[in-house]
Design a protein around this ligand. Structure first.
Ligand SMILES: Nc1ncnc2c1ncn2[C@@H]1O[C@H](COP(=O)(O)OP(=O)(O)OP(=O)(O)O)[C@@H](O)[C@H]1O
Ligand SMILES: [Mg+2]
Length: 361
């Protein structure tokens, strides 16, 4: 197989692995831009290094697991504030009232349970960088307050009077399409435009398939080095499977899959399809949870023969709708009459159907 990492200093990789903390960040910053074959990724990196050294607010958008947190860290690490404090807060993790106090702090007695005053994340990040993760999940009232800090670099603690001035660089991330959130009224337009000074769109893994095997090989080496196990390459079938998987969980999913494969593969052996926990294929027909996930995602195309695909789609739709033809037709986006015709054509039958049953309109 093509050995993607041959031209890299593997010693450096091993060094990364030994460094506790952020091993991925180093790979991500040092190697990935050089290794990636995706023009989108190249563009993203070029932009990262251009904007890192400014104080501009950065918004990172991308599906779950695409590496937004890593990019935020990389921007901070390359910024003029690299040596200053880096504070991160997950806006989705806290209920509304706690989030405000978490961000802006509170005075003693501000609310029941506020027995002492609390310094919020904005104050903690003074002089440095604040990473607001999952910003698309924020309540409108918090959005209004964030907008004010962004505009004035000033805020008031919950239950407080005094205006506190800070100097904070903001990096925000979301896996929602913020434009759509704004259009539908869930995200404030003024905050959207304020955040949207520099936006990085991280493409999902399925849109950069040229990078799948590069990353897979990196994770294989990384996890093998971590547990000091000699692990062979990915065999041909495995590489085919990885290349054609849809990766709804993006790089996180790939990472977890390879970590597991490295654990279960026999030492000194190649990684084979059975070492992967990918579902959908016959030999992966295990795990109920994975199968449910697979169902949501839709079937893997085992053939391109349209007639066979149609029969498969109809059968799956019928199974999901408990063999009620009317519901299955709705799932398939065709009329009940058309479904009935196709059922006869494909000779599909089920014990719960009366002989010659005609679906209700
Ligand atoms: N280019 C990359 N190189 C190495 N590891 C990566 C890369 N991109 C992402 N990862 C890894 O994938 C996982 C997910 O990345 P990260 O947490 O940054 O995703 P995210 O976009 O913030 O996801 P979410 O929206 O779910 O929070 C992490 O373990 C991260 O280290
Ligand atoms: Mg994240």
């Amino acid at each position: 197989m093509i050995n993607y990492m041959d031209d890299l200093q593997l010693a450096e990789l091993e060094h990364d692995v030994q460094q506790h903390g952020k091993p991925d960040l180093s790979f991500f910053e040092t190697y990935y831009p050089k290794l990636s074959r995706s023009p989108e990724i190249q563009k993203t990196y070029a932009l990262i290094s251009k904007i890192a050294r400014s104080n501009a607010t950065v918004l990172i958008q991308g599906e779950t697991g695409t590496g937004k947190e890593l990019i935020a860290g990389a921007i901070q690490a390359q910024s003029l504030r690299a040596q200053q404090i880096y504070v991160t807060v997950n806006c989705a993790a806290l209920p509304e009232h706690l989030l405000e106090s978490e961000l802006f702090g509170h005075e003693r007695g501000a609310f029941t349970g506020a027995v002492s005053s609390h310094v919020g994340k904005f104050e903690q990040a003074d002089g440095g960088t604040l990473f607001l993760d999952e910003i698309g999940d924020m309540h409108p009232s918090t959005q209004a307050k964030i907008l004010r800090v962004l505009q004035e670099q000033a805020f008031v603690r919950v239950g407080g009077q005094r205006t506190i001035h800070v100097d904070v660089r903001i990096i925000a991330a979301t896996n929602k399409e913020l434009w759509e959130e704004m259009e539908s009224g869930r995200f404030r337009a003024d905050l959207y435009y304020r955040l949207n000074v520099v936006t990085l769109h991280v493409p999902p893994l399925r849109e950069r398939p040229e990078d799948i095997l590069i990353l897979a090989d990196y994770f294989r080496r990384k996890f093998a080095a971590e547990i000091k196990k000699v692990v062979g390459d990915l065999d041909e079938e495995t590489r085919q499977l990885l290349s054609h998987h849809a990766w709804p969980g993006n790089i996180r999913e790939l990472r977890n899959l390879i970590e597991r494969a490295v654990l279960v593969v026999n030492p000194n052996h190649e990684i084979t399809a059975k070492d992967l926990a990918l579902t959908g294929k016959d030999y992966f027909a295990a795990g109920g949870r994975d199968r449910r996930r697979e169902e949501r995602r839709g079937p893997n195309l085992h053939t391109l023969n349209l007639e066979e695909l149609e029969k498969t789609a109809i059968t799956i739709a019928l199974q999901r709708s408990k063999w009620v033809q009317k519901d299955a037709a709705a799932l398939l986006g065709i009329s009940a009459r058309a479904l009935n015709y196709k059922i006869a054509m494909h000779k599909i039958s089920h014990s719960t159907w009366r002989k010659n049953a005609v679906p209700e309109p």
